[in-house]
Design a protein around this ligand. Structure first.
Ligand code: CP3
Length: 352
C-alpha cells in the first residue's frame, strides 16, 4: 500500500504525473547523460576521484555529480550517477575504464566462461547508498518537484559489452554466439536478467521513483533475435518489477528499434518509451496510443545550438507536448556540448 504522502508526490512531480497517465502542469524534461564531462564541475570531481569507477562507487561524489545539472538547469528528474557496466562487475567480470578508450572487460566468449560468473550484490551497496544520498540532497535543496530515476542496462546491451570486452561496431562475437548457440546464450541473458531484477528492486527500495532500461544496441538485431533477446528479457524485468512495485514506472529505451518500437511497447508493457532521434514525430504521436513517450532531440543538434536547435526543439514540443510526453534527447549529451546550449534548451522547454 502507498501512503497518502507518496500518492501526493506522484501527482505533484510532473515527471511522475506523465508516467502515471496524468496531465502535468508543464512539460517535464531531463537529459540522458545530463551529468558528465560537458560540465566543468563534473570534470573537477572526476579528477579528484581518480578513476571513473572510483567516482561511481563513492556515494558522496556520485551524489554530488548527480546534483550538478539539477542545480544549473532544474530538470524535472535526476538520474542516478552510475553505469550500466556495474552489473558485469557484480557478476565477477574484470572491468576498467581506459581514458579515451572506453570500457574494457575480460570477455566472456561461450558456455565454458559462464561458470566464472556469479552475482554478488554487495559490490553494489555503494550505488544504493548513492540513491539514498540523492534523495536526501534533493530534499535538503528544496527540489520537491524533482523525481529520481534509477537505471540499468537491458540484458542484450549489457551482454554485448560482456562478450565483446568493450564497445563494438558490429557485435560479431555477441551476435555470433546468439545465432550459433542460442541455448547457452540464453543462460547468459538469464543471468543478467535475474541480477538486473534484484539490482533495480534495491534501487527502488533505496528511493528510486522510476527506472529506465538502456538498450543502446537494440537496433543491431534482426526481427527474430530482437524478439528473443530484447523483448523477452525486458518483458520479464518489467513484469517482475510491476509485481513487486506496482507504483514504480519503467521506461524502456530500445535505441534504434525503428519499425519495431510499437511491438516493443506493446509486448514489454513499459510505461514509457525512450525514442532515438530518428523516430519520426508522427510515429511518436501514434506511439502515444500505447504508452508515454520520451525524446528525441538529436544530441548533435544540442551541441550545435543556435536557431536550428531552437526550431527542432519547438517542433518536438509542438508535435508531442501536452500529455504523455517527456522531453529528452535521442541519446546522451555529447561531452563537447557547451553548457550554455543546455541553458538555451531549458529556456525553450520552460517557455513552451
Ligand atoms: O547522467 C546520466 O545519464 C547518468 C549516468 C550514466 C553514465 N552511463 C555515466 C558515464 C548512464 C545512464 C550511463 C549509461 C551507459 N553506460 C550506457 C547506456 C546509454 C548509452 O550511452 O548508450 C552505456 C552503453 C554505457 C557504457 C559506457 N560507459 C561507455 C561505452 C562508456 C565510455 C564512453 C564514454 O562516453 O566515455 C562509459 C563511461 C561513462 N559512463 C562516462 C559517464 C559520465 C564517461 C566516463 C568518464 O567520465 O571518464
Amino acid at each position: 500500500m502507498m501512503n497518502s504522502k507518496a500518492i501526493d508526490e506522484r501527482n505533484e512531480k510532473p515527471f511522475l504525473a506523465v508516467l502515471n497517465g496524468g496531465v502535468p502542469e508543464r512539460t517535464p524534461f531531463w537529459l540522458m547523460r545530463q551529468a558528465g564531462r560537458y560540465l566543468p564541475e563534473y570534470r573537477e570531481l572526476r579528477t579528484k576521484a581518480g578513476s571513473f569507477l572510483d567516482l561511481v562507487y563513492n556515494p558522496e561524489f556520485a551524489t554530488e555529480v548527480t546534483m550538478q545539472p539539477l542545480r544549473r538547469y532544474g530538470m524535472d528528474a535526476a538520474i542516478l550517477f552510475s553505469d550500466i557496466l556495474v552489473i558485469p562487475h557484480a557478476l565477477g567480470q574484470d572491468l576498467s575504464f581506459v581514458q579515451g578508450e572506453g570500457p574494457k572487460l575480460d570477455p566472456v566468449r561461450g558456455e565454458k566462461d559462464l561458470s566464472r560468473l556469479r552475482y554478488d550484490d554487495t559490490v553494489l551497496q555503494p550505488v544504493y547508498e548513492t540513491v539514498r544520498g540523492i534523495r536526501n540532497a534533493m530534499a535538503d535543496e528544496g527540489m520537491e518537484e524533482t523525481a529520481l530515476i534509477g537505471f540499468a542496462g537491458a540484458p542484450w546491451t549489457v551482454a554485448t559489452y560482456m562478450i565483446e570486452g568493450g564497445s563494438s561496431r558490429d557485435f560479431i562475437h555477441a551476435k555470433g554466439w546468439a545465432y550459433s548457440e542460442p541455448d547457452s546464450f540464453a543462460k547468459l541473458i538469464e543471468l543478467i536478467t535475474e541480477a538486473t531484477i534484484v539490482y533495480l528492486g534495491k534501487q527502488i527500495d533505496a528511493g528510486a521513483e522510476a527506472v529506465q532500461l538502456f538498450d543502446s544496441w537494440a537496433g543491431a538485431l534482426d526481427e527474430d533475435q530482437y524478439a528473443r533477446w530484447v523483448i523477452a528479457p525486458t518483458e520479464k524485468i518489467v513484469l517482475a518489477l510491476h509485481k513487486a512495485y506496482p507504483h514504480i514506472p519503467v521506461i524502456g529505451f530500445p535505441r534504434g528499434s525503428g519499425a519495431l518500437y510499437p511491438v516493443y511497447a506493446q509486448q514489454t508493457k513499459v510505461h514509457a518509451l525512450g525514442l532515438d532521434s530518428q523516430v519520426p514525430l508522427e510515429m511518436a504521436v501514434a506511439l502515444k496510443d500505447i504508452c508515454a513517450v520520451q525524446g528525441n532531440l538529436d544530441p548533435v543538434c544540442l551541441l550545435s545550438g543556435g536557431t536550428a536547435m531552437e526550431k527542432r526543439a519547438r517542433d518536438i514540443l509542438e508535435t508531442l507536448g501536452g500529455d504523455r510526453f517527456i522531453f529528452n534527447l535521442g541519446h546522451g549529451v555529447i561531452k563537447e556540448t557547451p553548457p550554455i546550449h543546455v541553458e538555451q534548451l531549458t529556456r525553450i522547454i520552460r517557455q513552451f
